[in-house]
Design a protein around this ligand. Structure first.
Ligand SMILES: Nc1ncnc2c1ncn2[C@@H]1O[C@H](COP(=O)(O)OP(=O)(O)O)[C@@H](O)[C@H]1O
Ligand SMILES: [Mg+2]
Length: 212
């Protein structure tokens, strides 16, 4: 369970999250929506223990994501809004993921193929040098292979063409659902069949939260 209590995040004097209360329970598959600057990515970064709260707290299965970061992150598969500048080659990245998370290489290759990412000719290429769409496909393939207890996607299809978006949604629908899924999305029409809860944020607050 993700438990968020009175969570506030300020950068200088600007309030990015304003005293948010939220419980995401096992079985929840959430579309998190709202305009740019609403605070969606900030909320996710706090859930991942990437930022310290200005006030309030986040607990993941009762654990503090800053103090017990390694434990907490073990259960979370995360695809960020902007791919990180990883210098490793695809080969090295896959080896690293397999070693650090006990995922099978074959699974990553399988999902890469499902996402129509041609890995073989790019194995020696730095992740950093791939196109935006290829990076996103690679991160999605890793996240699907890993399938943590909690999956969090921050606008995972923003860099994808329509075909790749279709592939991604098809894969989500055919997978067993993880305990908790959280998708930041601007495309609720695409996610309606997948999610069962819709949360709308604006100006650092939750404006609407409903089961669908
Ligand atoms: N690291 C940061 N430093 C300063 N301001 C930030 C930082 N991260 C986010 N913000 C500000 O917080 C607000 C919410 O941003 P963000 O969480 O990225 O919104 P969203 O993901 O909903 O588009 C914005 O006004 C943004 O400028
Ligand atoms: Mg964002």
């Amino acid at each position: 369970m993700i438990q968020i209590e009175n969570l506030t995040k300020k950068f200088g004097n600007a309030i990015s999250l304003d005293a948010i209360n939220l419980k995401i329970q096992s079985g929840d598959c959430v579309a998190l929506m709202g305009p740019n600057g609403a605070g969606k990515t900030t909320l996710i970064r706090l859930i991942l223990g990437y930022y310290h709260p200005t006030n309030g707290q986040v607990l993941i299965n009762g654990k503090n994501p800053i103090k017990e970061r390694v434990d907490v992150l073990q259960n979370i598969s995360f695809v960020p809004q902007l791919p990180p500048p990883i210098k490793l080659s695809l080969e090295e990245l896959i080896a690293y993921v397999c070693k650090s998370t006990q995922v099978q290489k074959e699974k990553i290759l399988h999902f890469a193929q499902e996402m129509e990412l041609d890995i073989e000719p790019n194995l020696k290429k730095s992740f950093f040098k791939l196109s935006g769409g290829m990076k996103q496909k690679m991160l999605i393939a890793i996240s699907l292979a890993r399938r943590g207890e909690i999956i969090i996607y921050d606008e995972p299809t923003a860099n994808l063409d329509p075909k790749a978006r279709d592939n991604f949604h098809r894969l989500l629908q055919t997978q067993n659902h993880p305990n908790i899924s959280l998708f930041v999305t601007h495309r609720i029409d695409e996610m309606r069949d997948i999610v069962n809860r819709q949360i709308y944020m604006d100006l650092g607050k939750i404006i609407n939260d409903e089961k669908i």
